[in-house]
Ligand binder design. Structure first.
Ligand code: KG4
Ligand code: ZN
Length: 341
């Protein structure tokens, strides 16, 4: 049984994993706390992690019907993320592992995201065989990555964003439109009643054959667009059309480049995770493009797209079974840890 902790940003999460199954995955989200500041405030996030970790861990162990004595290993996100926030979870996990005399696994947050589409349903091992190799899109407020998963615990980063992450583009555009934080889900909801062809926004780097993204120009073009049409966003239908049009631009770039990467590499499967994978248009677009190209698609369940400890624990269990060495107790957090290129 593995106890896993995730505190890289604004979710305090503790999970209990056994044999590829999630016995508990408790997530305390801080979204409301940061909403009044319009973004995550690192100092507040850290204090909240420290406040929440123990009750969240107790709740996870109770839900799993487990005690600390049942644990075979402890895992925690080691990076990348907000330094002090990472420290809260990683140091706690170190302490638990040290006291119990059990191995500790310091987990890469993005590598963990690669595993969230596999959670639920059949135990992961059965699914890995069906779905690997694959091309995986990891897309959230902090990251936008395309990864070639060659096999279990074996991946290569194909590309990433050169500036803003896709979720950041959703959030910043929503802010320009006067919508509350975090803007992604609100924009998604309004876009559902809007016309995606109403306004034409650029599709940055869509024509580029490489696997990188760039979203800061798109946000800027929305700003210029609004400056030229003051008051447009005050009209409810124009606002919905704007949301749908911006969303269509972001989604087309993400889905088209992901599917193109899969075709270029000759893999038969695509997976996606990260907060933006909750976006209904992105899910639909990936489904349509994968179906058209005969690719299998595995999207993380909406509840597991955003940050959670279940994915950290599932990956730690795979590493433990594959005989990977645990993380020595004197190792520290890695806030800027890049996924192996
Ligand atoms: O994975 P996540 O919880 O945290 C980060 O690591 O950033 O992702 C949060 C991001 C935010 O930018 C949020 O606006 C975006 O995911 N997001 C969405 C949707 N739900 C969450 N973006 C677009 N549409 C959604 N439905
Ligand atoms: Zn994340």
């Amino acid at each position: 049984m593995i106890l896993a902790l995730e505190t890289s940003c604004d979710e305090t999460s503790v999970a209990v994993i056994r044999d590829g199954r999630v016995l508990a995955n408790v997530v305390a989200s801080q979204i409301k706390l940061h909403a009044e500041y319009g973004g995550v405030v690192p100092e507040l996030a850290t204090r909240e992690h420290l406040r929440n970790l123990l009750p969240v861990a107790r709740a996870a162990l109770a839900e799993a019907g487990a005690t600390l004595a049942d644990l075979t290993a402890v895992a925690a996100t080691r990076g990348p993320g907000l330094p002090a926030a990472l420290m809260a979870g990683f140091t706690s996990a170190q302490a638990v592992a040290f006291v119990l005399g059990k191995p500790l696994f310091g987990i890469h947050h993005h590598e963990a995201h690669l595993y969230s589409p596999w959670i639920g349903g059949e135990p992961p091992a059965a699914q890995f065989d069906q779905f690997q190799p694959n091309v995986s899109l990891i897309v959230s407020g902090g990251h936008t990555l395309l990864v070639h998963v060659r096999g279990e615990l074996d991946h290569v980063v194909l590309g990433g964003t050169l500036d803003d992450a896709a979720g950041e583009c959703f959030d910043k555009t929503a802010k320009l439109l006067g919508l509350p934080y975090p803007g992604g889900p609100v924009l998604d909801r309004l876009a559902g009643q809007g016309n995606p062809a109403a306004f034409d926004f650029p599709r940055p780097m869509l024509a580029d054959e490489g696997h990188d993204f760039s979203f800061s120009g798109l946000k800027t073009s929305v700003r210029y667009f609004l400056e030229k049409r003051p008051g447009l966003a005050d009209d409810p239908q124009a606002l919905r059309d704007l949301c749908a049009s911006v969303q269509a631009a972001i989604v087309e770039v993400l889905a088209a480049k992901t599917v193109r990467a899969a075709r270029m590499l000759g893999v038969k499967c695509v997976t996606a995770s990260g907060g933006v994978t909750c976006n209904s248009a992105l899910r639909r677009e990936l489904e349509a493009r994968c179906a058209k190209r005969g690719l299998r698609l595995r999207l993380a369940d909406r509840s597991l797209c955003t940050d959670n400890a279940a994915m950290v624990g599932i990956l730690a269990e795979r590493k433990l079974r594959a005989g990977h060495a645990p993380t020595p107790f004197d190792e520290e957090i890695k806030p800027g840890w890049a996924l192996a290129a």
